[in-house]
Design a protein around this ligand. Structure first.
Ligand SMILES: [Zn+2]
Length: 347
């Protein structure tokens, strides 16, 4: 006998999170909410993606950075096009200055870091649907063709052929933890180190585990300036994400200014346009006004955080904008629920 059918409970076996999503979609709340918000017209939603790529078990890098498959991304873009007024920070600036009349459901799609699949997979979809987006670039990686530090760690641990290793007083055993768990643990340790200590620990890790990263890996993963310039000429806004992706509240004032100004200067030199938006790496304003002030003084009109939430047009701090993170685990129902009810659906 099928007990599920007898009990008649369609939510049996689902997590509370999933039940909430199902119920919000079933009662049409995710359909009605964007329409009401559009009528009220003072909401600004900013989405953050990192990579748009197929998830493969064999991915040699940090697969936590994959936000959506190309198919899921296209579904999401179609939904956004139908329900929101998609724009970039340039348009937002005109609205806030009063140069452009606006009453609607403002939304900005953003990508952090500068992954090549933004060009290969996301850009053709955005272009086909006529939807703008903003890509925040950490310039040193594009210039030096070196992997982001979290991808270096993931690659090194995934290629390691031994059973265990010690690093910085920590011991990791592959029999006890999965490679993914070890990578995540190391990344948490690294995020709490200053720049120099982080660099040292990553170099030590690569030496101890006897893994060297072939140059072609960077080419498969990173945008080039040619791709960035092409996108900039066709509806994609380019923003800055520092030079070396440090945790900004942990660096000296001198380095802070360098990271903010040099990344802006370098992008402007390449694309021939003014850069007005910035994204804090790893949410690294740390709540510190001194970091936000340095961002403003460096000529940025807007700065985005990884703090979960949406913003009220006209009543927001433009240098501390909240965003909603898009996760690979979202199906379209989960995506709609998160956008409509971010105060309830937080992951
Ligand atoms: Zn980043």
């Amino acid at each position: 006998m099928d007990h599920d059918k007898v009990s008649g409970d369609p939510y049996r076996g689902m997590s509370k999170h999933r039940i909430t999503i199902e119920m919000l979609n079933k009662c049409k709340a995710t359909l009605i909410c964007p329409r009401i918000t559009r009528l009220i017209g003072r909401n600004l939603t900013i989405l953050v993606y990192h990579r748009v790529s197929e998830y493969k078990q064999s991915c040699p890098f940090d697969h936590n950075l994959i936000s959506a498959s190309p198919e899921a991304f296209e579904e999401q873009v179609k939904y956004l096009k139908a329900n929101y007024d998609c724009m970039d920070f340039g348009t937002l600036s005109e609205i806030l200055k009063g140069d452009l009349k606006f009453r609607g459901n403002a939304l900005i799609i953003t990508f952090d870091d500068g992954y090549r699949d933004n060009y290969d997979n996301a850009y053709p979809i955005l272009k086909a649907h006529g939807i703008p987006a903003t890509i925040f670039i950490a310039t040193q990686f594009i210039d030096k063709r070196s992997l982001f530090w979290w991808d270096r760690v993931a690659y090194t641990v995934k290629q390691f052929r031994g059973d265990s290793f010690n690093i910085n007083g920590y011991r990791f055993e592959l029999g006890l933890s999965s490679r993914e768990d070890i990578i995540n643990e190391i990344l948490v340790i690294l995020k709490n180190l200053d720049d120099c200590e982080r660099q040292n620990m990553i170099e030590q890790l690569e030496q101890k585990l006897d893994v060297s990263i072939p140059q072609r890996m960077a080419e498969t993963l990173l945008l080039t300036w040619r791709q960035i310039c092409e996108m900039s000429e066709h509806g994609i806004e380019i923003g800055a994400h520092t030079v070396s992706h440090p945790v900004l509240h942990k660096v000296s004032q001198e380095q802070l200014i360098y990271e903010l100004r040099e990344s802006k200067r370098r992008i402007e030199e390449e694309i021939g346009k003014k850069v007005i938006a910035f994204s804090y790496p790893v949410n690294s304003h740390g709540g510190k006004d001194q970091v936000k002030k340095a961002v403003r003084d460096s000529g940025y009109s807007f700065a985005t955080t990884l703090t979960h939430g949406t913003n009220k047009l006209g009543a927001m701090n433009p240098h501390s904008l909240r965003r909603l993170t898009v996760e690979l685990s979202h199906d379209l129902d989960g995506f709609r629920a998160k956008l409509s009810f971010p105060q309830i659906i937080k992951y």
